[in-house]
Design a protein around this ligand. Sequence first.
Ligand code: NI
Length: 184
Amino acid sequence: MILMKDIVREGDPVLRTRAEELTFPLTPEDRQLADDMLQYLINSQNPEIAEKYNLRGGIGLAANQVNSLKRMFALHLEDEKGELISFVAVNPRIVSHSVEQTYLTSGEGCLSVDRAIPGYVPRYARITAKFHTVDGEEKKMRLNGLSAIAFQHELDHLNGVMFFDRINDKEPFAEIENATPYER
Ligand code: NI
């Protein structure tokens, strides 16, 4: 079971390193890691379990954040239509995206960042993503709104990018070009 002590915090070089592609079949250890990452998110959104184990709530977790340089991340969230988006993406990529951008009006947070960092983080409003499941099945998915934002945040982790890298440091709340704000 992944606990907060297992989550790497900002400043650690593993968060600034590009994670490596996985080959199939995954090793039992990598499958276990995938399960554990998704389970962390599920647990962290369950008030009783989160309180018992002191888990900070999260909707996404990338392997770098648990000190593993493997190209995979987990997402677990309910989208604006109330639909559950829950999967582990292996070797994920964005194959196309909208010109239109979006950003969370409340800014982004990260389980690896223990401070609030104010500012708008520009993201594509809509993406078409491809990835493999842990079983090696190829998936193509269209995402928008919160799930698109979360996907881009986690993909950034696999490339050693942190959300605050994308904040305009001179003017964190400067208007984002061609963007529709996303209110969470
Ligand atoms: Ni993060």
